[in-house]
Design a binder for this molecule. Structure first.
Ligand SMILES: Nc1ncnc2c1ncn2[C@@H]1O[C@H](COP(=O)(O)OP(=O)(O)OP(=O)(O)O)[C@@H](O)[C@H]1O
Ligand SMILES: [Mg+2]
Length: 391
């Protein structure tokens, strides 16, 4: 199972206009779509589309539209309740393809809410240590109704009030098959929507952090998850990425998925020079920057390079993959799809070149789809991705 964390989720509302946007005027939308958004949510969506077990962990109002949108899409999820409504990101598209985005600031997460979210993630990943675990959340399995999950004393809504004694997971509600699910007491994996009772194969920590969450939170989570035997992938940028790297090697994940800009944020290099070199076929600066991360304890670096494909660097070697020619429609979700492709291949036990091949196939599959659409396996073409071993 692939568990994803989206600390800063959104409800993505897209309004398609029938004509050009009239600034200051009244605009009429031809169609409006509402989708759950956020990078970890996207990864879980792609894994689910591929028919593989996934679980999206996120802070959300169990009765709110974000959870409803996830349930509508059939994406298994586990939500830590929040007092505030999810942010809405608005996209306005014009017939000529012009896209205008208005993103709300992230909804602040209190220290207590972040702690509950972390415990929920540890429990969902099956990486808990069993000590003073306190979490309450709501999960929806497949297309079933909501399943309330509470563990420890947090059922009373008081995180941290657990006595540390025998942890209890109680699930009631409607499972994937519409049947009532009641599991009590249980271990972390009991009653898991994916059916996987022995924890996550991989945990992906994706995207930005909401206001109120300490900037080094991903580092703390990575350490705890790895200590519990979980494999961890991180895809983030800016301050949370730099804070994570400041905690290497203790906080080094098994996989880091930077794009060229994020790799430059870590290596101190010039992102445009890195990208230009890669576009011109010179991958040495990318591989060099990735190898420095390996020296700091990172297990593998999947550096995605937009239309130039991606590079995978591990202790076993370095490989580059070039996507097949595609008709570029929208790169929204390309990076998340690339990470999902890697993880799908990794969980299937595929080797490093195959993981890279799938990453690029899924990324380019997303780039070939319009708007926010994410690729199904039949919309990817791994056989046409060219993978070469680098010196
Ligand atoms: N223009 C393109 N043509 C073909 N494939 C593309 C293009 N842009 C992106 N991709 C595919 O998607 C993958 C990820 O893209 P990119 O490096 O842009 O990720 P990212 O910057 O992390 O994206 P995101 O905005 O989703 O975080 C690439 O490795 C490639 O396979
Ligand atoms: Mg990205």
């Amino acid at each position: 199972m692939i568990v994803t964390l989206t600390a800063n989720p959104s409800l993505d509302r897209t309004a398609a206009l029938a004509g050009p946007l009239a600034r200051g005027g009244v605009n009429r939308a031809r169609a409006v779509t509402v989708e759950p958004g956020g990078k970890g949510v996207n990864v879980a969506r792609v894994v689910t589309l591929a028919g593989q077990p996934a679980l999206a962990v996120l802070p959300a109002d169990p009765a709110g539209p974000l959870v409803a949108a996830l349930a509508r899409l059939g994406v298994p999820h586990l939500s830590a309740p929040t007092t505030s409504a999810a942010r809405t990101n608005l996209t306005v598209t014009e017939p000529d393809g012009t896209t205008t985005k208005i993103n709300e600031p992230g909804v602040p997460l209190s220290e207590a809410e972040a702690a509950v979210l972390a415990e929920l993630l540890l429990d969902a990943a099956g990486g808990g240590d069993g000590a003073s675990r306190t979490a309450v959340g709501t999960r929806t399995a497949g297309r079933g109704g909501p399943v309330a999950v509470s563990a420890g004393a947090a059922a009373a809504g008081t995180p941290g009030a657990g006595d540390g004694a025998a942890r209890t997971v109680v699930s009631t509600g409607t499972g994937a098959d519409g049947a009532l699910v009641a599991v009590s007491p249980g271990t972390a994996g009991a009653g898991h929507p994916s059916g996987a009772g022995d924890g996550a194969d991989w945990v992906a920590l994706s995207g930005s952090l909401p206001p109120g969450v300490p900037v080094d939170w991903y580092g703390a989570l990575t350490r705890r998850l790895r200590a519990a035997g979980r494999r961890v992938a991180v895809d983030t940028s800016d301050a949370p990425l730099r804070a994570l790297a400041a905690g290497f090697p203790a906080a080094a994940p098994d996989l880091l998925k930077p794009n060229a800009e994020e790799l430059a944020q870590l290596s101190g290099g010039d992102p445009e020079a890195l990208e230009a070199a890669a576009a011109a076929g010179d991958l040495a600066p990318t591989v060099g920057a990735a190898r420095r991360l390996l020296d700091q304890g990172v297990g593998a670096v999947l550096a995605t390079l937009g239309g130039a494909g991606a590079v995978l660097v591990t202790a076993a070697g370095a490989w580059a993959a070039t996507p097949p020619p595609i008709t570029l429609r929208s790169t929204v979700g390309a990076g998340d799809s690339a990470l999902a492709g890697y993880l799908i291949a990794a969980v299937a036990g595929r080797d490093e070149p195959a993981r890279l091949r799938h990453a690029v196939a899924y990324g380019s599959g997303a780039a070939a789809l319009a708007g926010t659409a994410l690729p199904r396996p039949d919309q990817t073409d791994p056989d046409r991705v060219d993978v070469v071993r680098l010196p």
